[in-house]
Design a protein around this ligand. Sequence first.
Ligand code: GCU
Length: 609
Amino acid sequence: MRQALLLVLLSCLSAAAEPQPANLIANVPGRTTYSLNGVWRTIVDPYETGLGIRFYENRKPRDKADLVEYDFGASPTLNVPGDWNTQRSDLFFYEGPLWYERGFTYHKREHTRTFLHFGAANYLARVYLNGTKLGEHEGGFTPFDFEITNAVHDGENFVVVEVNNARRLDAVPSVNTDWWNYGGLTRDVELVDVPETFIRDYFMQLAKGSTSEIAGWVQFDGKRSRNEVTIEIPDANIIYKTLISPDGRAEIRFDVSKLGCTDNSPAKCPKPLQLWSPETPKLYRVVISGEGDRVEEEIGFRTIEVRGHEILLNGKPIFLRGISMHEEAPFRGGRAFSVEDDQTLLGWAKELGCNFVRLAHYPHNPTVARLADKMGLLLWEEVPVYWGNDWKNPHTLEVAEEQMRDLIARDKNRTAVALWSIGNETPIVPERLDFLKSIAAYARQLDSTRLITAALNQRKQAAPDVRELDDPLGGYLDVLGINEYIGWYDGRPEDCDHMEWKIAYDKPVIISEFGAGAPFGNHGDADARWTEEYQGDLFTRQITMLRRIPSLAGMTPWVLMDFHSPRRFLPAVQDFYNRKGLISNRGQRKQAFYVLQKFYREMAKVPQP
Ligand code: GCU
């Protein structure tokens, strides 16, 4: 009897941990939207008193005797999108609940459904419309939306959001990170209008290993009449129609080379697809229509796979000339969110000679991947399973899987995204392996067209000049990311000169981090820490060392730009900045920038076999 009860309990727990399918509206920028960005009223609420006294009702005193101990209208403001830490100096170190409020006027339209969409809110968000709770969202870097078709008023409305960035052991990330815990409504907030029956989500890419077969699906939401969906790629004269099955889903699979010519005119015969690559980032306008709805998207077609030590793009080996990057705004600091921020950061990566960027350690804003599509930069995208986590906690796994699910849902049509990373520098303990195996399997289930990786750092010192990596997680990855700090946390830069690497897997390796700290303009001997000369020398020796690794398929040194970190204290050197950037937070290029640029320019000239 006790055993039966235990089994039931366990199945409930495991059932509870199974994340729900993504329910996000794909391609929000391609829909009819109304921005709620701008100035919002705010109340800082360290004790979360606002929940009990119902801040979400946004109440005004009924009369002079009525007791209401808050007033959004008279409260300070914050800009949305944006973190609160860099907007108000009194909030720089603030971690906890903070309430946002704003009103908006909305005119309802017939046969229209309306959603309230958030690009991200760090960390836990409770959302209310006109005093009624819409729901909650946990996770600071992925989008979420609520349908408000029946809750929104024709006329005046108000939305209240409690955002709480307090760190918790069972959260993802957990309590310790080497980046600033920027809180707030950090990305766009908008209303999204769609027809009663609409194209909720879709996925379109080349089938694995094919350069002419397109595979994917389209998911409709709402009543349907004709049950037919059309895919058009006008620049390639492609028109493909198929049926929608009863659950609203249409499977898409067709070979461009086998499609007939539209109305048999040779001018309208489908053209072979020009494949996307960093050198030729060709994007096609893809139009999906059916049941009275129509969305269009820019998609490039390419294949990404592994073969032994090699990463193949469109069937050819590619060396990933990369850099790691945080979502820190250049010059002003704080969480980056604007097109300008992203263009500056990716522009610097291009200037370095990169064809690849590792977006560390969490999903960056959605504009980054769209820009990378256009600029010809392959991407590594990661969920913030970072350092230690509450590995045995089903809630923690569920939150981590939901972040993976929503990142894939949001960026699956981004051509630039080549790798999904399931974590960074996690300790080798059994429960961690189970946790990450589950996420890896889930990511493969959601997207079989991309590569799964993780940044590993648990290596053995087999001898003073031998480093061995045999992390069991490597067995579940397509590509091994390795973080190593030879010459900074591990020995001296000259140790690179004789260092040998032993890697237990016959898989491509990306050195996902190496680096050294140096504030811009700090000069001195190459063996003096914190000088640009030390950082530059270390990069020279690292590059030479890494080129000796036979399975090296790429690198993303740490890091593009200095970024805020609560773990960096050295006065007049760090001042709450991690100084391992090749560029300072003011855009000044350090010596190491040019060392890496020179290497990448040489590599770019090397014809790939
Ligand atoms: C780690 C970690 C980074 C961190 C870096 C550093 O490897 O992954 O998040 O910033 O090292 O110490 O500078």
